[in-house]
Design a protein around this ligand. Structure first.
Ligand code: HEM
Length: 198
């Protein structure tokens, strides 16, 4: 038992098999489609991304000032680069799976239809998911074009930034990360409520 739970990859494979068993076990009521599989993947990557955003904002950043200087290296050199890896690729795959779900749900670019959620050109809840997608796209932009470029210099993942440059980048990265935390609340409402409309 301890051996099984000590092996993360094996645990994930068994989780995946369990998910596939559920998918096909319930296929009569909810057919297994690109839409159903990508919704599931989308929420998985969304949790990975936003979970790490909340870890950074609720746990790591507020705790750093209380950590003795000689111990912060463990966080900055070992934990933070790993967090940022899963964080930015979580964001990327959330966007890609989300756009796929939007496409196969007919929220935009469907042949013969004028519906386009991103242009708020739809009926009812289409505009709600359009707003959610814009909020999440702004958040993903912040991750890839503000937070990650700043953090890779601050954490010396890419060496060479001066202390002065790092001091300038810190508040910029913090503001983008806090903005994402703020936007995540309305974004999540849009994501989970859009399919309650008609
Ligand atoms: C640019 C990024 C994103 C895009 C394009 C996107 C797109 C979508 C679309 C089109 C849906 C289906 C809505 C419906 O038919 O009801 C959806 C649902 C959902 N999204 Fe996103 N989303 C994005 C980011 C996120 C993020 C960051 C999360 C965080 C967890 C998230 C969580 C969810 C959840 C929980 C659902 C509900 C699934 C369901 O009820 O079937 N999304 N998203």
């Amino acid at each position: 038992m301890a051996k099984f739970f000590g092996n993360l990859h094996l645990v994930l494979v068994v989780g995946l098999i369990a998910a596939i068993a559920v998918m096909f076990g319930y296929a009569e009521s909810i057919p297994v489609t690109v839409n159903s599989v990508f919704r599931w993947l989308h929420v998985f990557f969304g949790i990975l991304w936003i979970g790490l955003l909340y870890y950074l904002n609720f746990v790591q950043v507020p705790t750093m000032p209380a950590i003795p200087a000689e111990q912060t290296g463990a966080i900055n050199s070992h934990i933070a680069p790993k967090v940022l890896f899963f964080f930015r690729y979580g964001a990327l795959f959330t966007v890609l799976t989300g756009l796929t779900v939007a496409h196969v749900s007919g929220y935009f670019f469907s042949p013969g239809s004028a519906t386009n959620a991103l242009a708020f050109n739809g009926e009812g809840a289409v505009n709600l998911i359009g707003l959610g997608m814009w909020l999440a796209l702004i958040m993903a932009f912040n991750v890839w074009f503000i937070i990650w470029p700043a953090q890779k210099k601050i954490l010396n993942i890419v060496p060479g930034a001066s202390d002065e440059e790092k001091a300038k980048l810190r508040p910029r990265a913090l503001a983008a990360s806090r903005l994402n935390t703020l936007l995540s609340l309305p974004m999540l409402y849009c994501m989970v409520s859009a399919n309650l409309g008609n």
